[in-house]
Design a protein around this ligand. Structure first.
Ligand code: ATP
Ligand code: MG
Ligand code: MG
Ligand code: MG
Length: 484
């Protein structure tokens, strides 16, 4: 008799079949006539109930069957007499693989706080909430690969150790083989990176985009999906030091095509999760409803999680320029009453409070903002024709803003004009020679192209309805959280 995942047993095995199931005990309940054991193996949010008659199991075995213990149970699948489940396993035999001392096992059959669970990140996947999140995360990752494969994109792996700082934001983790306490110095007294492993200063990637562009200028449509590192000492609920980013890059795409792709892409992967994670999303939906009940009436969200997901996939995203958005924000109630923490005017980089105002209060829909001021965006974005309609020069950038999150995607059409790109590099203090490889794509066979970056955890955050990004990645890396 082979071992079957509980997901499979519950959905497809006919009553009357002998089965062996393996998993971790969620609860044990003893009545006068029987012992009920709820087992879960991570394949589904649903437990399977295994039942033994009173006296059937030895006292010794029974003592080892506690929350967290790992068991193999063999028996026949029967219709359940009790409420709550259609079938159960009538136990013939039990093998205890690993007991879990109930006085020491940190997880108990009750709802633990997310803060507590963050402290035991090594065990939290054994809870309903985290196993559901991790399965949804998996489904979304799969849907992302599927989407790009179905649409003719090639998966390109870009380097993790790199010398480039795509964003120029200086949030890089250095990678060095030099002795940090006694590095070799140049004659000018600076660290001599020529003696380093790679012979120059290197860091962990903050974005695979620049290398992704090289791929697009050869393969047409590519995407990356890899770990990304930013040493931002931000204790926000939206930033991690290590996160996963999906970055499609397409030759022959302009800003409009880029927006169309971004919108279709997020809708398609969310739809996939709704179709393939129905049980997990129903559980998370319920969990959120319980949580909402503890909030004040005016802070409760109007839509449930499932309604919100449905809403996003069935409504067109609003598209408007940064300049028009500033106009709305400046005339908004919070701006007039001074309620924004950061003042807003043309030229400022929007904060998540502004982004969320546009999405949640003004439009009540996801928003794509375009044509941002050149001064606040990266050097590689395509410059708009200068016009008196905006207070300053703008670039063909786009940010996709989501309710509850703010920015979920950042992208742009790229500057494909060699001279303009070089001039812009000089303006922002990049030595063009250091990026000769990047400039080669404009020097030889340049083409219009565009792309964007989606923060994977921000998408998982949105789809699971969780509110802290540390709760949607198995092992969060944020300031002071890396215990293993
Ligand atoms: P933010 O304004 O939220 O700091 P950003 O503009 O710095 O984001 P980009 O450089 O545009 O981010 O990166 C593309 C996407 O990567 C963002 O839209 C976001 O979804 C995600 N992202 C950026 N920084 C982080 C981070 N520290 N942790 C998790 N996701 C991130
Ligand atoms: Mg940032
Ligand atoms: Mg931003
Ligand atoms: Mg951005």
């Amino acid at each position: 008799m082979s071992y079957l995942p509980i997901q499979h047993v519950l959905k497809t095995v006919p009553v009357g079949t002998d089965v062996t199931i393996k998993g971790w005990v969620r609860t044990k309940r003893e009545s006068k006539n029987a012992v009920f054991i709820a087992l879960n193996d991570g394949s589904t949010i649903n437990n399977i109930q295994a039942v033994a008659e009173a006296g059937q199991l030895s006292e010794e075995t029974l003592k080892l069957v506690t929350t967290g213990a790992c068991l193999a149970v063999t028996g026949s699948l029967v219709e359940s007499q009790g409420a709550g489940q259609a079938v159960e396993v009538k136990i013939a035999s039990i093998q205890v693989y690993g007991p879990a001392d109930p006085d020491k096992y940190p997880l108990q059959p009750k709802r633990h706080s997310l803060e507590f669970l963050r402290e035991i990140a090594h065990l939290r996947p054994r809870t309903n909430t985290f196993s559901a999140i991790l399965r949804v995360r998996h489904a979304l990752a799969f849907a992302i690969h599927k989407y790009f494969n179905d649409n003719g994109f090639f998966y390109l792996n870009t380097p993790i150790i790199t010398a480039s700082d795509a964003e120029g934001a200086g949030e890089m983790f250095r990678v060095t083989t030099l002795d940090a306490t006694k590095p070799p110095l140049t004659e000018e007294g600076k660290v001599d990176y020529s003696q380093d492993f790679f012979g120059r200063e290197t860091n962990l990637t903050v974005s695979g985009q620049l290398e992704g562009e090289l791929g697009a200028m050869a393969l047409g449509k590519i995407y990356t999906f890899g770990p990304t590192f930013r040493a931002e000492n931000s204790n926000t609920t939206r930033h991690l030091a290590e996160f996963w980013m999906i970055e499609p890059e397409m030759a022959f795409f302009e800003l409009e095509d880029n927006m169309n792709l971004a919108e279709d892409f997020v809708k398609t992967v969310i739809r996939y999760a709704l179709q393939h994670c129905a049980d997990d999303l129903a559980f998370l939906d319920n969990r959120l409803k319980e949580e909402e009940k503890t909030k004040k009436k005016e802070e409760q969200s109007e839509l449930s999680l499932l309604e919100k997901l449905q809403f996003v996939i069935s409504n067109e995203f609003v598209r408007l320029t940064y300049t028009d958005a500033i106009e709305i924000l400046v005339n908004s109630k919070p701006a007039k009453k001074g309620q924004f923490q950061y003042e807003v005017s043309w030229g400022v980089d929007l904060q998540s409070e502004h982004e969320r105002y546009l999405v949640e209060k003004h439009f009540k829909k996801p928003v794509i903002l375009t044509n941002y001021p050149r001064a606040i965006k990266s050097f590689y974005m395509k410059q708009d024709e200068e016009s008196s309609a905006t207070p300053g020069p703008t670039v063909r950038a786009m940010d996709v803003l989501f309710p509850g999150i703010g920015e979920i995607i950042g992208g742009s059409q790229r500057e494909d004009d060699f001279d303009k790109l070089v001039a812009r590099m000089h303006e922002v203090g990049i030595e063009p020679e250091t990026m000769w490889w990047y400039l080669d794509t404009r020097r030889f066979g340049s083409a219009p192209h565009a792309g964007f970056g989606l923060g994977f955890e921000r998408l998982v955050l949105f789809v699971t309805g969780m509110s802290n990004i540390r709760d949607v990645i198995p092992f969060p890396r944020a300031p002071k959280t890396a215990e293993f």
